[in-house]
Design a protein around this ligand. Structure first.
Ligand SMILES: N[C@@H](CC(=O)c1ccccc1NC=O)C(=O)O
Length: 309
């Protein structure tokens, strides 16, 4: 479907981002090394936030459930808060094929944004197999309603979202949720930008793969995989003309399947009337596109900074 360049493509590899990096090639197991390095680095980037005097955190706001992972950490700067003026909100949704990572390793984007006066919401979500992917998508819809309520009730000038990999898949729901897009809260909190970073948007090839969905922990079948694929959704014609920009971004070292899924998703949204920018960051792989978002002046940080202007 997406890797038409190679009819013999091994989809088990093409949908495994750690197999598509030029880094750590000198090591015996570069795939393991790139993933270990990613998790270690993004965990450090997140834990170091609290040692930054300018960054405060409001931890564990609950958006659903009772004792599960439906929690959000809100990072902010005391300076901006003390001026008691409306501040922008940026929301990040982590990846990990709906089965790994959490908010303690998802704070890479926080520091550059808080330095510029943003509040940044880093959300957790229940992982498969504790929930099925269908249940996770329902819980994510609840999160969207909650975050717009939160934004509307906390003096928010505008809101932006970024989703990485499977997090981009979850974020696609925002474009398919008329009740959220047309809610009174949404009306008083304009969306500024949406960033879909190295996402997956068609589950039809990946749901049977052991590398992605071992023992079918996502609880999918062919019919459900199609139903949960943003590339096949209708999308409500945005009216009036949406004011927000959608950025479909992908790493140049991502696999052909990942790059072509992003290209197809961008083309679909553009055809539906959304304001789209599609960009391939040639120098990045699936992981350092997020790792470098923590560093001012890097290509991904500069892109996000300019897009948010
Ligand atoms: N086991 C996968 C991990 C993976 O796909 C992944 C890891 C961190 C963040 C995003 C990922 N991919 C999709 O959500 C791999 O080895 O590439």
């Amino acid at each position: 479907m997406y890797n038409s360049q190679d009819e013999n493509v091994d989809l088990e590899r093409d949908y495994l981002p750690s197999c598509h990096s030029s880094r750590f090639r000198q090591l015996k197991n570069p795939e393991e090394a790139v993933l270990e390095h990613f998790v270690q680095l993004i965990t450090n980037q997140t834990s170091e936030l609290c040692s930054n005097a300018n960054i405060k955190v409001l931890p564990n706001l609950r958006y659903g459930g009772q004792v599960d992972r439906q929690l959000v950490d809100i990072y902010y700067s005391d300076v901006a808060k003390s001026k008691n003026k409306a501040t922008p909100l940026f929301v990040f949704i982590h990846g990990g094929y709906w089965q790994m990572l959490d908010k303690s390793s998802s704070g890479s984007m926080v520091a550059p944004l808080v330095e510029r006066g943003y509040r940044v919401a880093i959300m957790d979500y229940n992982l498969c197999p504790q929930v099925t992917l269908s249940q996770l998508l329902e819980q994510f819809s609840n999160f969207l309603e909650w975050i717009f309520d939160y934004a509307a009730s906390t003096h928010t000038s505008h809101i932006s979202f970024a989703g990485h990999s499977a997090g981009a898949h979850l974020l696609a729901q925002l474009l398919n949720a008329p009740d959220v897009l047309r809610s009174p809260q949404r009306a008083c909190v304009p969306i500024r930008s949406l960033f879909y970073i190295s996402g997956v948007y068609d589950l039809r090839e990946l749901w049977p793969l052991t590398s992605v969905n071992p023992k079918n922990i996502l609880s999918l079948n062919a019919e459900l995989a199609a139903k949960l694929s943003p590339i096949l959704w209708e999308y409500v014609e945005p009216s009036p003309e949406p004011t927000f920009g959608i950025h479909v971004l992908v790493a140049g070292h991502d696999s052909v399947s990942f790059i072509e899924q992003s290209r197809s998703f961008a083309r679909l949204l553009a055809a539906k009337g959304f304001k789209i920018k599609f960009h391939i960051f040639e120098q990045y792989d699936h992981f350092d596109i997020i790792e470098e978002s923590a560093i001012e002046g890097t290509p991904i940080s500069e892109y996000i900074k300019e897009a948010l202007q």
